[in-house]
Design a protein around this ligand. Structure first.
Ligand code: 16G
Ligand code: MG
Length: 536
């Protein structure tokens, strides 16, 4: 570690004057042209984190569902998890340091976090298909090498694939092989095993239309298809050959506009799904015979999967506990269905995968999904061992259930929510249960809802509690919301400062679309008046 070399290289990745960025919900995110210094510095930081944990650390260059001109970066911790909160602070500090202070901040972090600087470091890097991503990942590599770290550049990967690689490398191959082929093999083998049961019953050949948001998911799904094609055929749309990344397509567009992506040829009653730009989100949908669009979001995905898992757990007769984790955005109907019909305990956390992931780890089987389609199922190590043991020991029906659960464990990317894993699990569950997309959708009816954003001078004047469902400040805001909510039936509303954009988000649901729209509008006005609204 040579301070002069760091200074010299850092100057080649100079920070624009006055630019202040925050390590947000999912890393740094802004216009790509402002990120060169952040990338270099995250390369530096990844080396320190690797030394401290004596493990491989991941760096992913992506801005997910955001416009093509944006970019972003996040670090992946040893078990494939999001960066620990104390290191998010170090990341923010380092990203905002003035040029002359970079070395000092590095030494500060090393001291605070008790990093042994003599330790070796290894960093793996992945990136999405944005035009800026290749150059920015080179800046990460520059940061890694100038601090003496070793690295492996995987090039194009989905975000969950990078999480998988990190996890594999730190569990010395027990979780899987840290190659793209290893990923395809692991998931596909489990999928084909699992669906065998469905197809021996003469189930029809399955096919699915996938909108890939013109992102990296298209490349990876196309590469992967031959591995699982005996169980499922996928037809890709928005595969990046023509359209712009995330433009009028992808999971975020479909969820927030509640309409089909451009470029998708939908026939009535056909099962379709959308990934986001880095393939860590998925939503399903179809259009009925009358041309009405039906969205099947993360809440309904969680419901389908947890009911399937619960049945298998009952079948094997072991007392493994299952819990479902949602956020305040979960549709009220989904929560009611899970608690009252399915009788599974439901928990609510703050928005952001890391919060849900953390809570889900408390259960033997923790199902977590955000309504926007981020999610997975986590099995505790103990539950995994037990289930895999039972799959060998039990007899007949019980054994079959345990084997199916074992396949599900291998099929879910336990390191992170993964659109490809989720898609394969959903397809397997639908095939095994013999459910059509309409029958799945009919499990419960979503309450009409509306999301709006409000611009305010400083969104941090809004603080929340109770998993973001109650506003603590500014004074009077929660009382105003309570009064508005009382005017409608089956209604609920909350506001929270966005973790990724400079806006306040408003959510409302009620018994009709008109009511949800008008409640959302009224709550927005209250935010505008009480929290320092700006502009229109
Ligand atoms: C990020 C989060 C996502 C969350 C969203 C909320 C990850 C990987 N992604 O995209 O989980 O739903 O932010 O955005 O954690 P908001 O704070 O702007 O509403
Ligand atoms: Mg994403």
């Amino acid at each position: 570690m040579d301070p002069e070399a760091v200074r010299k290289h850092s100057a080649l990745h100079a920070k624009p004057d006055g630019l202040v960025l925050q390590y947000g919900t999912a890393g740094f995110r802004t216009k790509a042209e402002r990120l060169d210094h952040v990338m270099f510095r995250m390369g530096l930081l990844a080396v320190l984190r690797s030394k401290q944990t004596k493990s491989t650390i991941g760096v992913m260059v992506t801005a997910s569902h955001n416009p093509e001109e944006d970019n972003g970066v996040k670090l992946v911790d040893p078990l494939g998890e999001m960066l620990a909160p104390s290191w998010e602070e170090h990341a923010t500090c380092l990203a905002n340091a003035e040029e002359r202070d970079v070395w000092r901040v590095l030494m500060d972090i090393s001291e605070k976090a008790a990093v042994n600087l003599q330790q070796e470091a290894f960093v793996v890097i992945g990136r999405d298909t944005r035009p800026s991503s290749e150059r920015l990942s080179q800046s990460v590599i520059d940061g890694v090498t100038v601090l003496g770290g070793q690295f492996h550049d995987y090039g194009l990967l989905t975000t969950p694939q990078l999480h998988y690689m990190v996890y594999c490398r730190n569990s010395s191959g027990r979780y899987g092989e840290a190659t793209i082929d290893g990923y395809y093999q692991k998931l596909s083998t489990a999928f084909v095993e699992l669906t065998k049961q469905a197809f021996c019953g003469g189930n029809e050949y399955r096919s699915l239309k996938v909108d890939c948001a013109n992102g990296v998911g298209a490349l990876k799904l196309r590469e992967m298809e031959p591995y699982f094609s005996q169980g499922l055929s996928v037809q890709l749309f928005n595969d990046g050959t023509k359209g712009k990344l995330n433009h009028l397509c992808g999971a975020d567009f479909v969820k927030s506009h509640q309409r089909p992506p451009q470029g998708m040829e939908m026939k009535s009653n056909e099962r379709c799904c959308s990934f986001d730009g880095d393939a860590d989100r998925i939503v399903y949908y179809y259009s009925d015979a009358d041309g009405h669009f039906h969205l099947i979001d993360g809440d309904k995905i969680a419901t389908l999967i947890s009911s399937f898992l619960k049945e298998l757990l009952v079948e094997i007769g072991e007392s493994l506990n299952i819990g479902v984790v949602q956020t305040a955005y979960a549709n009220g109907s989904s929560t009611r269905y899970l608690e009252e019909v399915m009788k599974v305990p439901v928990y609510c956390t703050k928005t952001g995968v890391k919060h849900l992931h953390h809570k889900a780890q408390e259960f033997d089987v923790g199902v977590y999904f955000e309504a926007n389609g981020h999610g997975t199922v986590l099995f505790s190590k103990a539950a995994e061992m037990k289930i895999k043991q039972l799959a060998k020991e039990l007899e007949d029906k019980k054994r079959k259930a345990a084997q199916m659960l074992a396949n599900v464990i291998d099929l879910f990317n336990q390191a992170a929510g993964d659109a490809i894993s989720d898609m394969l699990v959903i397809e397997a569950v639908l095939a095994l249960k013999g459910l059509t997309v309409q029958e799945w959708d009919a499990l419960y009816t979503d309450l009409p809802n509306r999301q709006l954003k409000v611009k305010v001078a400083d969104r941090q004047v809004i603080s929340t509690t109770d998993a973001e469902r109650q506003a603590v400040t500014p004074p009077g805001l929660q009382e105003a919301i309570n009064d508005l909510v009382k005017k409608y039936k089956l209604s609920r509303a909350f506001v929270r400062p966005s973790g990724t954009e400079d806006v306040v988000r408003v959510y409302a649901e009620a018994d009709s679309q008109e009511s949800a729209d008008s409640l959302a509008h009224e709550v927005s006005l209250a935010v505008f008046q009480l929290a320092g609204g700006v502009g229109e």
